[in-house]
Write a protein that binds this ligand. Structure first.
Ligand code: ADP
Length: 504
């Protein structure tokens, strides 16, 4: 079924949590009606309360609710929604879902099913972009079928190499092989992991770039063949190959490199006739060579840093393009204004290998102030459901330059007050405060190289020291001083929550 062009008047958001809210906020501002879908675990969720209408689509497991194409299409039809926004995760990169929307004459706010299909396979994506002279990581261009042939190729590329699942995503299905004797056993593991996680055992080989930076470009296309990019984001601070801190722009790019990578990103989008919002991911090696990794055919978690530096509301642009309008500006109209950093606040325990720490948000106080944006889906007292991704919020700070943005986000992280679950707040503060982050001299190995859980205990130790100093000052009567008094008050409440937290 071909693309249908019509004015959007009611959007069903096929997602939950912070992204459902973020998407609905922009849609409401455009005077368009919003419809939420929810599982039984999300009855009380903020996205359900925020929407004009809400429909329960099934039990808590996502396979029975947020991943049910039939139920979501039925819900959209039942309320007369003429468009669906998929958010990220869940069905956002599912070509069958995009197709089902078209079949039901509902606008899918994203690219075509065929584009999703090409870019959903890392191998098909490489094949498509190779025609556009986009630099690729040296490696195989088809799935491994013969082990001894694969070994020969690996030797030619040179160890270390990476075995990757073609259908992989979310940092899963990747195995580093340091030398030939490990090759066969790692290949077996990668294949079985690919089958169990993605139902497709195709794996291929790539040169393992040892100290890479992860740099991605926000791209946008419309139905008239116009494609632009909205600059870069750096997402090198990762745990388990998954991002925790992102910033825009990357401090590693010169204007010339930014231009070359931006052009390559636009070519990637053109190679698959891209329309709507997408992200082209690259890795940058130590000699500043860049290589295409993959394309994500949806709005990205970290899209707010791009919004902050360009002033463009990406969700509104998605809606305009989806109803058949042209992108209302050209590449030359865009410029980078200031610097933005995002810290992902997860309910995870950094001292326990970042394992999810599900529970109730006994205290939940968020930072505020100039240049501070919090995209979240929770309120104090709410539970973080065990069924879904444990992200609590995204803290995004924007300032005139990188150093000021760093100071702002550290202040904002200090202002956060969450008890009841362990979070990544302390870890984010540690990372952003680190000399390597501050001077831009870091890569995707940052966590492995610098992070030890004990360092966060020291961070708490520092807080305890601060408390002791403040209490001593209070006892010596210094609290007459107004500034000191407010400091003491802040530290007192921190001390209280610190103790409560210890009890939880
Ligand atoms: P996924 O689809 O699972 O996100 P990607 O291909 O985007 O997989 O890779 C995720 C992360 O893994 C990258 O950000 C990078 O840190 C690392 N990575 C991927 N390919 C390579 C490579 N060839 N060399 C070094 N690191 C890599």
């Amino acid at each position: 079924m071909a693309f249908i062009m019509q004015k959007i008047n009611k959007v069903l958001v096929a997602n939950r949590g912070e992204i459902a809210l973020r998407v609905m906020r922009s849609i409401k501002e455009m005077g368009i009606a919003t419809v939420a879908v929810y599982s039984e675990a999300d009855r009380q969720s903020l996205h359900v309360r925020f929407a004009d209408e809400a429909i329960c689509i099934g039990p808590p497991p996502s396979s029975e609710s947020y991943l049910r194409i039939d139920k979501i299409i039925e819900a959209a039809k039942s309320v007369g929604a003429n468009a669906i926004h998929p958010g990220y995760g869940f069905l956002s990169e599912n070509e069958d879902f995009a197709e089902a929307c078209l079949d039901a004459e509902i606008i899918f706010i994203g690219p075509s099913p065929n584009t999703i299909k090409i870019m959903g396979s890392k191998l098909a994506a490489k094949e498509a972009v190779a025609k556009f002279n986009v630099p690729l990581v040296p490696g195989t261009s088809s799935p491994i079928s013969d082990v001894s042939e694969a070994k020969t190729i690996a030797n030619k590329i040179g160890y270390p190499i990476l075995i990757k699942a073609s259908a992989g995503g979310g940092g899963k299905g990747m195995r580093v092989v340091n030398s030939e004797p490990e090759f066969e056993s790692q290949l077996e593991r990668a294949t079985s992991e690919a089958i169990s996680s993605f139902g497709d055992g195709s794996v291929f080989i790539e040169k393992y770039i040892t100290n890479p930076k992860h740099i991605e470009f926000q791209v946008f296309g419309d139905h008239f063949g116009n494609v632009i990019h909205l600059f870069d984001r750096e997402c090198s601070i990762q745990r388990r190959h998954q991002k925790v801190i992102e910033e825009a722009p990357s401090s590693a790019l010169t204007p010339e490199l930014r231009k070359a990578m931006g052009e390559a990103a636009v070519n990637v989008a053109k190679s698959c006739e891209y329309y709507n919002a997408g992200t082209v991911e690259f890795i940058l090696d130590e000699n500043k060579n860049f290589y295409f990794l993959e394309m994500n055919t949806r709005l990205q978690v970290e899209h707010p840093v791009t919004e902050m530096i360009t002033g463009v509301d990406l969700v509104k642009l998605q809606i305009h393009v989806a109803q058949g309008e042209k992108i209302p500006f050209q590449q030359k109209d865009l410029s980078i204004r200031g610097h933005a950093i995002e810290a992902r606040v997860y309910a995870e325990d950094p001292s326990n290998n970042f394992l999810p720490d599900i529970g109730t948000l006994s205290t939940y106080k968020i930072p505020k102030g100039h240049g501070v944006r919090v995209d979240d889906g929770f309120e104090q007292g709410m539970n973080i459901p065990f069924y879904y991704d444990p992200m609590i919020a995204k803290l995004v700070c924007h300032a005139a330059d990188r150093n000021t943005a760093i100071e702002k986000i550290i202040r904002a992280l200090n202002e956060y007050d969450i008890t009841g679950v362990e979070t990544t707040i302390g870890f984010c503060r540690f990372a952003i405060n680190h000399e390597a982050f501050r001077n831009g001299n870091f890569d995707t190995n940052f966590v492995g190289k610098y992070f030890r859980p004990e360092l966060l205990q020291n961070e708490n130790g520092f807080e305890e020291e601060q408390i002791a100093v403040a209490l001593a000052a209070m006892l010596s009567g210094e609290h007459q001083d107004k500034q000191k008094a407010s400091q003491i008050q802040g530290i007192n409440s921190k001390w209280k929550s610190h103790r409560e937290h210890k009890r939880d």
